[in-house]
Write a protein that binds this ligand. Structure first.
Ligand SMILES: [Mg+2]
Ligand SMILES: [Zn+2]
Length: 193
């Protein structure tokens, strides 16, 4: 098979994959949102590579440690692996809003790091999240921004959801939207392989 560049879905974590918890600090607080697993499975079956990009300012604020975050992500990886879903990476900004870092969403640093690690074109990617900063990140890197109404999504929608290509009830509906986009990208008049 020819080596092809991965096509990536950039996923926010809190409020998109797992239920929003104010500064989620322990693995046992991790609860997957209904529809998240089915949505991720659909994205996987479309041949897409799944990458998490998440702001975790609770690290800099001292609300939890790096070891706590590793345990949380280990549990997330295990819960998804049990469903046959593999994350290609979890990219974290540990900084607070005043640190002027280059990686806190909507700044593009996390996507730059993911791109260097995985070799994909952000302009062909999708960005799914529940906050305006997720949509703005998508716009900043040329990815197609999709809002989910889970987590803070309803508030984001009420505030205008600027730049959203689609507003989905959850990750499952977002995955159906992406499936439709990919279907329309196929050249016409050619048989499926
Ligand atoms: Mg979120
Ligand atoms: Zn940062």
């Amino acid at each position: 098979m020819p080596q092809t560049r991965p096509r990536v879905v950039l996923l926010d974590r809190d409020g998109t994959l797992n239920e929003e918890v104010h500064y989620l600090a322990r693995p046992d607080q991790l609860v997957l949102i209904p529809g998240a697993v089915a949505g991720l499975r659909r994205l996987r079956d479309l041949g897409l590579t799944l990458v998490v990009v998440t702001n975790q300012s609770g690290l800099e604020r001292g609300y939890f440690s790096n070891a706590d975050l590793e345990a949380i992500h280990r549990r997330l990886i295990d819960m998804l692996a049990a469903e046959g879903i593999v994350l290609a990476g979890i990219f974290v900004c540990p900084h607070g809003p005043d640190s002027d870092c280059e990686c806190r969403k909507p700044k593009p640093g996390l996507v730059d790091a993911a791109r260097h690690a995985l070799g994909f074109d952000p302009a062909e990617a999708f960005m799914i999240g529940d906050k305006q900063s997720d949509l703005d990140l998508g716009l900043a890197v040329g990815a197609l921004p999709i809002l989910v109404r889970t987590g803070y999504g309803l508030e984001t929608e009420s505030a205008g959801a600027a730049g959203a290509a689609f507003v989905a009830s959850d990750l499952l509906q977002a995955s159906a939207f992406i499936a439709g986009r990919l279907e329309r990208e196929k050249p016409r008049g050619t048989a499926a392989p």
